[in-house]
Design a protein. Structure first.
Length: 297
């Protein structure tokens, strides 16, 4: 019987593992190996890394840190969570993991553009997903944003902070309204008249709309990011209209004994905020377990 089972091995899950280990709690972290951080070539806004840090390097450092304080790691995917008399049973294939509490740090999944050499484009900074993280590095460049959902043009407005050359491309539900188009043009954002038909990426980004092609230095897709909330929904945890888990100020969900941190919540998808939420969650878990033990005694 673990004190806490952490589901997800990204920044939130690993931070919580370190905190709980230092609280002398017995914890297990189950990771499917799908953290979005692993695909980040270099992040320059992580505190303590003035020259930037590669996503895989940061994950390795955080895993090493958590393991130093007793965190046990298991590779795999949790299929579902079941209530149990003394807490919860996490089902992973034929295995069952018993825990008094659960921290969901399952993250979110990006809707990605249909590009054959996507990994190459990400590694070389031709496609970027987070202007909050790396818009600074796109200063003065010819930037394209690609919208696929209502309101996606907001990212183009954000990127005007860094460049006077920002173009909004769209497909599907990303077509801007007349009002959005008018506001964008007034702020110096070009808006494509026709939907995107094809993307080709080699040393630049080439976008084709109705037979006409344009080249850009970098593309920011704004196609959506969906919280990985299946486990939460399966155990009847409250989620927002957008699918993010609802949590209180101590990261407690609507199901007693289950907590949440990181991108699975509805909020700012940032490494720093995920770590902060995890620290709060871990402290609440420790205090709640202590209170439960004192009450039982």
């Amino acid at each position: 019987m673990w004190d806490c089972a952490i589901v997800g091995g990204g920044p939130a899950g690993l931070t919580a593992a370190t905190y709980l280990g230092r609280f002398k709690r017995q914890i297990v972290l189950i990771d499917a190996g799908e953290s979005r951080l692993a695909r980040v070539p270099l992040s320059r806004n992580v505190p303590g890394f003035p020259a930037g840090v590669a996503g895989r390097d940061l994950l390795a450092r955080m895993q090493d840190q958590a393991s130093r304080y007793g965190a046990v790691f298991r590779a795999g995917r949790i299929d579902r969570i079941k209530r149990a008399p003394t807490g919860f049973s996490l089902v992973m294939g034929e295995q069952r993991i018993a825990a008094k509490t659960v921290l969901l740090a399952t993250g979110a999944k990006l809707v990605e553009p249909d590009v054959p050499n996507l990994d190459h484009a990400l590694a070389n900074g031709l496609i970027r997903y987070c202007p909050i993280c790396d818009g600074y590095e796109a200063q003065g460049k010819n930037i394209a944003t690609l919208g696929g959902r209502p309101g996606a043009i907001a990212e183009a407005h954000f990127l005007r902070t860094y460049s006077e050359r920002v173009t909004y491309l769209w497909l599907g539900e990303g077509r801007p309204t007349d009002e959005e188009r008018s506001i964008a043009l007034a702020e110096g954002i070009r808006v494509s008249e026709a939907p995107l038909r094809e993307l080709r990426i080699e040393n630049t980004v080439e976008a084709t709309m109705d037979g006409e092609s344009e080249r850009f230095d970098v593309l920011y897709p704004c196609l959506g990011c969906d919280p990985v909330n299946e486990l939460a929904v399966g155990v009847s945890i409250d989620v927002t209209k957008q699918g993010g888990i609802r949590a209180d100020a101590h990261q407690r969900t609507s199901v007693e004994g289950i907590y949440a941190a990181g991108d699975v919540l509805q909020g700012l998808d940032q490494i720093a905020s995920a770590c902060g939420q995890a620290a709060i969650a871990a402290t609440a878990i420790h205090n709640d377990l202590k209170s439960r033990s004192q009450t039982a005694g």
